[in-house]
Design a binder for this molecule. Structure first.
Ligand SMILES: [Zn+2]
Length: 443
């Protein structure tokens, strides 16, 4: 992706002034807000399923996730979530996560309708000062409060980090290379273990220098028949040139793209793993775009911005499913840095203002407002730009912007050989993953 300073030429918006107003002040981080990566396991232990329920759920899970359990690599991460799924709580959209946890764990019943009634009734009792006199149907207001607190799956930071590392271990994922082919197989195989369906979309495209590239978009879907859909996306390729590297000798060397590429995919693989264990209400498509980062290098003659996001351009013109529709999309790019901050990217604000509000409000609500400042940042030519423009699906980009860096847009190691795994913070991946999970599971 690249900073597009001319993006809004001719529009009412003045990008230059927004560039000046965005993100003044230091990078305040809310380290104390981040729970340790084993937080999810700890919370899973609070919920002790009734033995009958566990057996029943195990049957369902063994059919659904037998491949998950066979993988020794993921077993430690899956187990806590399995315990969650064993409670059947994933089917309780109106479950009050915090306040009712202890009460539910003590119950011996497994009947879902009884649980729902009790949950509502307990809330009604509490709000009446503990007296059990006032029975009957809860008021509309009471029901609404219960419904707002939905079950959100945990997000395991270590698991997400591991998904990032696995991609980086293939080396640079540059189109037309064996490393890209191997990584594509890994991504298809991993998504296949989690999603209901996986579709690959092979395409040929020309790069800025007229090289013919073999691209492959990879799409994993949950609830494929559900009409209401959301898509979550990241690019899985890495840049073929370190054209921002301080050493000119490296300018033609491909980069590892740990942050620029692999971080977004890693977060989405962990989200997919969680969704396999506790389905969202809506349909979800997880899309890994290829050939995002083959745009013209800084010293190239051809500087047309449309040399970026070639996989997304292909998908936006010919989606993986006929007449594909989604309510909105969320793109993740460069979401793994230790000091990440995600101001509102300007194209997102322009094309998908309502979704910006939804996502940034959610971040604030769950305590990550410092990571998601509500100030407008630069306009970035990234995959979401083409989806907004060509496919007309409102799509936001959660992307780490650093206007104070040497390149004026992104972290200093952007498009350099230093974009490696040392820059990836499991805690940051978790912040982003939790925001996305909250948005999706509250739809
Ligand atoms: Zn890039």
């Amino acid at each position: 992706m690249i900073n597009d300073y001319n993006a809004f030429a001719g529009n009412e918006r003045d990008i230059a002034s927004s560039l000046e107003t965005r993100r003044s002040g230091s990078l305040r981080r809310r380290q104390t807000r981040i729970t340790p990566s084993k937080h999810s396991a700890a919370r899973g232990r609070e919920l002790q399923p009734h033995p009958t329920e566990l057996r029943r759920s195990s049957t369902v899970l063994s059919a659904m996730n037998v491949e998950l359990l066979r993988s020794s690599e993921d077993r430690d991460f899956i187990y806590p979530a399995l315990r969650y799924a064993g409670t059947g709580l994933s089917k309780f959209p109106s479950f009050r996560r915090e306040a009712q946890t202890d009460k539910i764990s003590k119950m011996n019943t497994t009947n879902k309708s009884v649980l729902i009634i009790l949950t509502v009734a307990m809330f009604a009792m509490t709000s009446c000062g503990g007296t059990s006199e006032k029975k009957g149907t809860p008021t509309k207001e009471q029901t609404n409060v219960v419904e707002q607190e939905r079950f959100i799956p945990p997000f395991d930071a270590d698991s997400a980090y591991n998904f990032v590392r696995r991609q980086v271990d293939f080396g640079p994922r540059v189109p037309n290379t064996p490393a890209a082919k191997a990584c594509a197989e890994y991504l298809v195989g991993t998504l296949s273990r989690f999603c209901d369906t996986v579709v690959t979309q092979a395409f040929k495209t020309y790069s800025f220098d007229r090289t013919i590239l073999d691209g492959q978009n990879i799409i994993g879907s949950f609830n494929p028949d559900r009409q209401k859909r959301i898509f979550l996306a990241a690019h899985w390729d890495s840049r073929p040139f370190a054209d921002n590297d301080p050493d000119p000798n490296n300018h033609k060397t491909p980069i590892l793209g740990a942050n620029d590429g692999a971080s977004g995919v890693g977060v989405l693989l962990e989200i997919a793993r969680q969704m396999a264990l506790a389905r969202p209400e809506v349909g979800v498509d997880i899309i890994f775009f290829d050939v995002e980062d083959y745009g013209a290098p800084q010293d190239a003659q051809n500087q047309e911005s449309d040399t970026w996001g070639l996989g997304a351009q292909h998908w936006a013109k010919t989606p993986h499913a006929p007449a594909y529709k989604a309510s909105f999309g969320i793109l993740l790019d460069m979401v793994g840095d230790h000091q990440a901050q995600f101001p509102i990217e300007a194209f997102s604000n322009y094309y998908a203002n309502k979704i910006v509000k939804k996502v940034w409000d959610m971040a604030e609500q769950i305590g990550y407002g410092d990571y998601f400042p509500k100030t407008e940042g630069a306009a970035i030519t990234d995959d979401h730009y083409y989806i907004n423009k060509i496919a007309n699906i409102p799509t936001v980009n959660i992307i780490h912007l650093r206007p104070d860096s040497k390149n004026g847009s992104f972290v200093d190691y952007w498009h350099t050989l230093k974009d490696d795994i040392s820059n990836i913070s499991p805690e940051t991946l978790k912040v982003v993953g939790e925001v996305v999970l909250n948005v999706v599971y509250k739809e």
